[in-house]
Ligand binder design. Structure first.
Ligand code: HEC
Ligand code: HEC
Length: 362
């Protein structure tokens, strides 16, 4: 800076200072207004846009791709250009260089000129940095694969159950039946899966247990792993809605008590009225697991199997072992059936009517 320049600079500086503003209250007022505006903006964003939160963290989910917030994406991208050990140099070294540069700025940028056009080196350097950051950020967004498509866990239960139902039909129904009632396993004919929709299953398995079984499978029993971490094809989110679907089969004692009154059905049908009760309440122990060698899979088995067969005497409900057990009367064949919770009175009476009317396969 030559003498003339210095003089005019000092002159202007003096002038500015003379008719200058006061820090209090002039500057403070300006600051306060801008602060308030930013605060209102944040408040508005918080109220109307909300926090972009991801699903709860899950340590067993290996499909999750961790990534930094958007304003760090450029660094994230930068790392990709420095292989292996060089990463450290890139992040620490580059950062250090920039900070040292900033400290040195007053020593090498001593021109009094403030207009960007009068400061080509600084302007170009800064532009390059900004362009670089924008470029790297875009590059990072474009090249990162999207997070595995997430089902909205916040959705209401009904839509989760619906989504879970669709996935169940696609992946599970062939081995577990459309309603989880159990089905013949195609790969080993003659083998059936236990019902998943039975009270027995649903009461004794927690959501977590069901989740783990689906995710990890039961390799020894012929159930493959479905979770991505174990080589399956379902995300944790998808398995969670399947669990919601499975849980939706559970009918609590209160709900069951409120079920349709069967006492109005004069001539019960086996297929329409009896079998559904057996599927729901008996099959978990009397289909694949043949407790007492008694099977409720199909009419013929129902009528003929059991260590104490026949347990049903057509036309004589009162003397049928099965009916006695339904009433909780202890017989040689065992105690109350189902052991945990007796059938509703009108369900038992319906089965009695059906037996008294000849126990037809109707
Ligand atoms: C290839 C046939 C097959 C497919 C497909 C299959 N499973 Fe299984 N699953 C089995 C077998 C076999 C078992 C062993 C227990 C049994 O026989 O009931 C089993 C067991 C289970 C169990 C534990 C049962 C218990 O009594 O503890 C659950 C829960 C289950 N499967 C859910 C599912 C779900 C949900 C799907 C779909 C995502 C699915 N399974 C797909 C064959 C299959
Ligand atoms: C939680 C498992 C479980 C459920 C659910 C269950 N049972 Fe049983 N059942 C058993 C066991 C165990 C035995 C054998 C009892 C014994 O030998 O002491 C048995 C035995 C029987 C027998 C005697 C078979 C024979 O010939 O010895 C009949 C009949 C029977 N159950 C009917 C039913 C009916 C009907 C239902 C549904 C309404 C039902 N059970 C539900 C576990 C169950």
């Amino acid at each position: 800076m030559n003498e003339a320049e210095k003089k005019s600079y000092l002159e202007r500086y003096k002038q500015k200072k003379q008719n200058g503003e006061y820090f209090w209250p002039d500057s403070i007022a300006k600051d306060a207004i801008v602060s308030l505006m930013i605060f209102m903006l944040l408040l508005g964003l918080a109220i109307f846009a909300g926090v972009p939160s991801e699903p709860p963290a899950n340590p067993s989910d290996t499909s999750y791709i961790p990534r930094p917030e958007w304003y760090f994406l450029w660094m994230f991208q930068l790392l990709k250009y420095f292989p292996g050990k060089l990463e450290g140099i890139a992040i620490v070294g580059l950062g250090l260089l920039i900070v040292i540069g900033l400290f040195g700025l007053p020593f090498f940028d001593r021109s009094p000129k403030r207009h960007p056009l009068n400061r080509p080196v600084a302007t170009i350097a800064m532009s390059l940095i900004v362009i670089g950051i924008v470029f790297l950020t875009i590059q990072a967004v474009v090249t990162t694969p999207p997070q595995a498509e997430a089902l909205d866990l916040g959705a209401d239960l009904a839509s989760r159950v619906e989504a879970g139902g669709a996935l169940f039909q696609e992946h599970c129904a062939e081995c577990h039946g459309a309603d989880g009632e159990g089905a013949e396993i195609t790969s080993s004919p003659g083998d059936f899966t236990d019902p998943l929709n039975s009270e027995d299953f649903l009461v004794t398995r927690s959501r977590d247990t069901i989740f783990q079984v689906i995710s990890f499978g039961q390799p020894g029993l012929g159930m493959q792993a479905f979770g991505l971490p174990y080589g399956g094809q379902l995300t944790d989110q998808e398995i969670r809605v399947i669990v919601d679907f499975i849980e939706s089969w559970y009918v609590s004692p209160e709900e069951e008590a409120a079920g349709p009154d069967l006492s109005l059905i004069e001539t019960p049908s086996y297929a329409q009225h009896v079998q559904p009760i057996l599927d729901k309440r008996c099959a978990s122990c009397h289909s694949r697991r043949l407790k007492g060698n008694f099977s409720v899979v199909g009419y013929d088995n129902f009528m003929t199997t059991g260590d104490n067969a026949p347990v049903i005497i057509a036309g004589d409900a009162a003397n049928s072992i099965l009916v006695q057990m339904l009433h909780g009367v202890k017989t040689d064949a065992g105690g109350q059936m189902p052991p945990a919770r007796a059938l509703r009175a009108d369900q038992i009476q319906l089965i009695e009517r059906w037996i008294d009317q000849g126990a037809q396969n109707n």
